[in-house]
Design a protein around this ligand. Structure first.
Ligand SMILES: CC(C)(COP(=O)(O)OP(=O)(O)OC[C@H]1O[C@@H](n2cnc3c(N)ncnc32)[C@H](O)[C@@H]1OP(=O)(O)O)[C@@H](O)C(=O)NCCC(=O)NCCS
Length: 166
């Protein structure tokens, strides 16, 4: 298993590694911990707990996706997912509130970009609500190109950039 150990500016020690089906309970719990606003941002709409729980299982079990987790003291605090079923790989990110603004989302983005690159894709896409400042700012650091689609933004990020290894 590919495991890296990174020291964040906050001095928290975070392990980034691919998630396996054995991480399902932690992944489900992480997604269910997102508050109403974050859940709305992550799924671009209101979704019930049962839908979130089913989604977690689908995401980890389908052969069309990979996911990376950020762990602090063994606890899953953030996830980056990349789905390979469209024309371009599509990514999604989430980080527990208390661990935000410490670079975890950025590292997860690097992990999923590298994964997409390994599979031969030169770019990835993601969808977010136009008012999602967090992911918009994060993506800008990766040279994102945005396309507006109503209240939604579609971002494209190239994989052939200098990335810290995952
Ligand atoms: C988007 C999200 C994953 C960012 O995670 P994070 O760990 O806080 O991100 P980072 O700490 O790596 O931040 C990366 C950059 O974005 C900036 N940023 C992050 N959140 C921000 C916010 N709410 N407002 C403004 N800037 C923000 C950081 O300052 C940093 O910029 P810098 O490197 O220039 O300082 C997190 O806010 C989240 O889980 N949101 C809810 C789910 C969601 O909206 N997912 C995206 C849709 S798929």
């Amino acid at each position: 298993m590919n495991v890296i150990f990174t020291k964040l500016t906050s001095a928290a020690n975070v392990v980034f590694r691919p998630l396996a089906t054995g991480d399902l309970d932690s992944f489900r719990a992480h997604l269910l911990r997102l508050n109403k606003q974050d859940r709305y941002s992550r799924f671009e709409g209101s979704v019930a707990d049962t839908v979130v729980a089913d989604y977690a299982e689908y995401s980890l079990r389908t052969a069309c996706s990979t996911a990376y987790g950020a762990f602090i003291d063994g606890a899953l605090v953030g996830v980056g997912e990349v789905f390979f079923f469209g024309e371009l790989p599509e990514i999604a990110l989430s980080v527990d509130r208390e661990f935000r603004r410490q670079g975890i989302g950025r590292r997860l983005m690097e992990c999923v970009l590298q994964d997409a690159g390994k599979f031969g894709f030169d770019s990835i896409t993601f969808h977010c609500l136009a008012d999602n400042c967090g992911v918009r700012t994060l993506a800008k650091n990766f040279g994102v190109k945005f396309q507006f689609d109503g209240s939604e933004l579609i971002g494209t990020i190239w994989t052939n950039q200098e990335l810290e290894r995952c």
